[in-house]
Ligand binder design. Structure first.
Ligand SMILES: *[C@@H]1O[C@H](CO)[C@@H](O)[C@H](O)[C@H]1NC(C)=O
Ligand SMILES: *[C@@H]1O[C@H](CO)[C@@H](O)[C@H](O)[C@H]1NC(C)=O
Ligand SMILES: *[C@@H]1O[C@H](CO)[C@@H](O)[C@H](O)[C@H]1NC(C)=O
Ligand SMILES: *[C@@H]1O[C@H](CO)[C@@H](O)[C@H](O)[C@H]1NC(C)=O
Ligand SMILES: *[C@@H]1O[C@H](CO)[C@@H](O)[C@H](O)[C@H]1NC(C)=O
Ligand SMILES: *[C@@H]1O[C@H](CO)[C@@H](O)[C@H](O)[C@H]1NC(C)=O
Ligand SMILES: *[C@@H]1O[C@H](CO)[C@@H](O)[C@H](O)[C@H]1NC(C)=O
Ligand SMILES: *[C@@H]1O[C@H](CO)[C@@H](O)[C@H](O)[C@H]1NC(C)=O
Ligand SMILES: *[C@@H]1O[C@H](CO)[C@@H](O)[C@H](O)[C@H]1NC(C)=O
Ligand SMILES: *[C@@H]1O[C@H](CO)[C@@H](O)[C@H](O)[C@H]1NC(C)=O
Ligand SMILES: [Zn+2]
Length: 717
């Protein structure tokens, strides 16, 4: 754990959706071992497409995508706020030829009744924070009358006035504790980034602190800062100083979905539990860069200095701030924050095309709800792409095409509160999904910059990379012929394991293979105003993707993926790659063990499990290749059902220790960072907790899970 945190602290972080993209990208510097596609492949140029592929790819029109984006980004669509938008989405899918309907779930939502934050300086002067962004003439939705104030979903309530301390980037409470500074009763001022925001709140709550303030530091912005001479939005690509990152602070590494129905589907009459185990009890408030600056300034000259703290990442990027910890005698903050919590309906949209083989289903989904009126990147770049994707498949349907496997589109509501819409839908369809789902394909932030991103299960990776080679990279974003060339440039072939932070979580945790795709910005790209009012159509059409050409490219990629998973004679999985990925995760676990208090822990049972998996993977690949060559439909059917089912073996029925709805023994969100994945999480968690017996027990159980998967793959032809 120490190693991971040390690394996280080295680097700045911008986040996307619930997930922290940079935290994922950072892993590549930590563990080169995931690199399964290390060698850059030669790509045919221009790519040769089949007739059907051409129909799909040519169907993507940047003008239409821009229209869909405009619709989604011009109305309040916070979770539970906009049924009309759900109906509109269903209508669009229906027009394309899908069977579409709404699935309603009553869930726990929170909304601020009132919220304010005031700094009171020792000299009695005050500074009241702005909990909404400035109105900009250039950005029409920044002046909408029903703007959503900046708040932390699922936060606690309170009216507290207390001294406050700066606790750094990943909440370095230890620095203050070592300096003898009492934390109890104080308010923590933390910097966004590095770890999931809710984990920062939990760390403060665990120390009996009275509240938390999380601000955005220019450290998140790499080179693109006003100090470096870039104009701020709307005049340039730098961050607008009034921009605020909203977001949920639920304890995401221990549950997903509705916190009153953890582990079962929510309905009108379902029993409901207490949320206190899952959500913070202390108030927390997000702040802009500008207001964060005012709080930091008042601490100057007091407490632990940045030099004494001696932590990389402690010092942010304000040139005129020393980043002293405080407290400053007489400098206090008042947080007056009352959250309303209540049960309200949310609406998933489900669209279906029945396949000729109805016991094989592929689900592709995106959430629709946003923290702000806009949401042009998060999530509605993905939503606009899904409509265009439905239309592309509509063109095939018009020609009389029917997919081999059933296609299900999901437009999830209330993702931002904690993956509610997707989790409740999965929970209410679990037996069916467990017996039919071939894969879940997720697109959340489809476009927030030009850099292609993708994480996913081992068996799906090779094929997804192949589809990138068929998509032309749009002009004007760098000299990359295909999407693959851009992706390789960004990642050098590295593919992250799945943690949490978007709607794939509940599928993946039930043993369904998943991918998550999209694109984001790098250190030299325009700043994406994540979870801010400026994640708007105006920003997107000026800076993010002015011609909606990145949207089209990502949509083409997703369409090709969906088409092949849904219609190939043989499900296009690469099982030997799945084995290689497991081996890479094992060497990561081996490092964790070597650095831990239990360096002699015997992980060989997992190694043996993987060896058996590898053997069965090679065998089924041989059988699959032969069956294809001889067009043996009976054997192809057997192989397909095994490709569909084997990953169910990875799910542990009773769940991971202390978090029963997380079941995947291969990867899960890190307990202490909340977004990025830990591999072999039950073993890793036990080691981190100092419980050697549990670690041994989970080594056996994890090995057993891998052997179960291997057994499902076994074929004797
Ligand atoms: C729902 O969203 C649509 C499209 O953005 C918008 O026109 C409408 O006003 C929104 N409805 C509500 C109740 O805010
Ligand atoms: C805000 O809280 C007050 C006092 O608890 C309550 O009377 C009022 O109805 C609430 N307002 C809203 C909009 O929920
Ligand atoms: C919060 O507390 C302050 C004093 O500490 C008080 O002035 C203010 O009215 C309180 N707010 C509410 C909503 O009760
Ligand atoms: C700062 O911390 C590093 C280890 O993280 C240590 O090597 C170095 O000596 C420390 N410097 C001071 C001045 O304490
Ligand atoms: C400190 O720098 C910020 C921008 O980095 C600027 O907005 C602010 O005015 C500066 N404050 C002072 C006191 O110089
Ligand atoms: C699709 O299949 C389901 C289950 O067999 C059936 O209930 C439904 O009517 C079918 N839909 C269409 C449009 O054929
Ligand atoms: C990525 O592209 C940049 C600019 O074209 C180039 O300098 C760099 O070498 C490329 N990196 C890789 C890994 O291809
Ligand atoms: C679509 O792309 C073309 C260039 O290929 C561009 O001229 C046009 O402005 C784009 N349309 C929109 C709505 O962005
Ligand atoms: C773990 O690493 C050690 C070297 O540190 C190596 O000898 C051993 O074979 C590795 N075990 C596995 C299962 O990879
Ligand atoms: C494979 O066999 C099926 C069923 O017998 C047949 O419909 C299909 O056309 C064959 N495919 C090829 C490529 O020969
Ligand atoms: Zn999102």
């Amino acid at each position: 754990m120490g190693r991971l945190l040390a690394l996280l602290m080295l680097l700045g972080g911008a986040s996307a959706c619930q997930r922290d993209w940079d935290a994922l990208h950072r892993r590549k510097h930590q563990h080169q071992s995931h690199n399964n596609h290390a060698k850059r492949a030669e790509v045919d140029y221009p790519p040769a497409l089949s007739d059907v592929e051409s129909v799909l790819v040519n169907s993507f029109d940047n003008k239409s995508i821009s229209d869909w984006s405009y619709y989604y980004t011009h109305g309040d669509h916070l979770g539970s706020h906009n049924k009309t938008m759900a109906e509109w989405t269903a209508d669009k899918w229906r027009a394309a030829g899908f069977d579409a309907y709404l699935a309603e779930y009553p869930i726990w939502v929170t909304y601020p009744n009132h919220s304010s934050l005031t700094l009171i300086r020792p000299d009695g002067t005050t500074h009241k924070a702005n909990l909404v962004e400035e109105v900009l003439a250039e950005d029409d939705t920044s002046s909408y009358p029903n703007l959503i104030p900046a708040y932390h979903g699922m936060s606690g309530s309170g009216n507290v006035t207390a001294e406050y301390v700066y606790v750094g980037y990943v909440s370095d409470f230890k620095v203050l504790e070592d300096a003898g500074i009492e934390l109890k009763g104080k308010i923590a001022l933390a910097n966004y980034g590095g770890i999931y925001r809710g984990t920062k709140v939990k760390n403060a709550q665990d120390r009996d602190m009275a509240g938390v303030v999380i601000y955005t530091d220019p450290l998140d912005d790499g080179e693109i800062t006003e100090e470096n001479g870039y104009a701020a939005y709307p005049n340039g690509p730098a961050r607008n100083p009034s921009s605020i990152q909203r977001g949920s602070v639920r304890f995401s590494s221990i549950y997903s979905g509705d916190p009153t129905t953890v582990g079962w589907a929510s309905s009108e009459d379902s029993p409901r539990g207490d949320v206190s185990r899952y959500n913070p009890s202390i108030p927390s408030i997000p702040l802009s860069m500008k207001d964060g600056h005012a709080l930091l300034l008042a601490l100057q000259g007091h407490g632990v200095t940045a030099k004494e703290a001696n932590k990389s990442g402690w010092t942010g990027a304000f040139g005129n701030i020393t980043y002293d910890s405080g407290p400053a005698p007489g400098a206090v903050v008042n947080i007056d924050h009352l959250m309303n919590g209540y049960i309200a309906p949310v609406w998933d949209v489900i669209g279906i095309i029945n396949g000729t083989s109805p016991d094989e289903v592929v689900v592709v989904g995106n959430h629709r709800d946003a923290w702000v009126i806009g949401g042009a990147a998060d999530p509605n770049s993905g939503s606009a792409i899904l409509i265009e994707l439905a239309n592309a498949f509509g063109k095939l349907l018009e020609k009389g095409w029917k997919p081999r496997r059933t296609i299900v589109l999901g437009s999830w509501d209330a993702e931002e509160f904690g993956l509610q819409g997707s989790t409740e839908w999965v929970e209410s369809h679990l037996p069916w999904l467990t017996s039919t789902a071939v894969a879940y394909l997720n697109i959340d932030v489809g476009v927030s910059g030009p850099r292609t991103s993708f994480s996913g299960s081992g068996e799906i990776q090779t094929f997804v990379v192949e589809q990138m080679k068929k998509v032309l990279y749009p002009e004007g974003w760098g000299d990359f012929p295909t999407l693959y060339d851009m992706w390789y440039n960004v990642t050098e072939g590295e593919i992250s394991p799945l943690g949490s932070g978007s709607d794939y979580a509940s599928f993946y945790q039930n043993g369904i293979g998943c991918i998550d795709i999209g694109s984001d910005g790098g250190k030299k790209d325009p700043i994406y105003h994540y979870h801010s009012n400026y994640d708007s159509y105006a920003w997107m059409s000026r800076f993010g993707d002015p011609e909606f050409s990145l949207h089209a490219a990502i949509g083409q990629w997703l369409s090709l993926i969906l088409y092949h998973v849904a219609d190939d004679v043989l499900v296009p999985w690469d099982l030997p790659n799945a084995a290689t990925v497991l081996e890479a995760y094992l060497s990561e676990l081996n490092e964790t063990v070597a650095d831990s208090d239990f360096p002699d822990l015997d992980i060989s049972p997992i190694a043996s499990g993987i060896a058996e998996f590898k053997k069965q993977a090679a065998n089924i690949k041989r059988v699959a290749d032969q069956a294809l060559a001889f067009n043996d439909t009976v054997i192809l059917g057997v192989v397909n059902s095994k490709y569909r089912d084997f990953s169910r073996g990875f799910a542990s029925a009773g769940g991971l220790p202390g978090r029963e709805t997380f079941k995947n023994t291969i990867s899960a969100p890190g307990i202490d960072n909340g977004y990025g994945a830990d591999v072999f999480p039950a073993v890793t968690d036990s080691i981190n907790k100092g419980d050697e017996e549990a670690a041994n027990e989970w080594i056996e159980k994890t090995a057993g899970a891998i052997l179960r998967a291997a057994e499902i793959l076994e074929v004797n032809y």
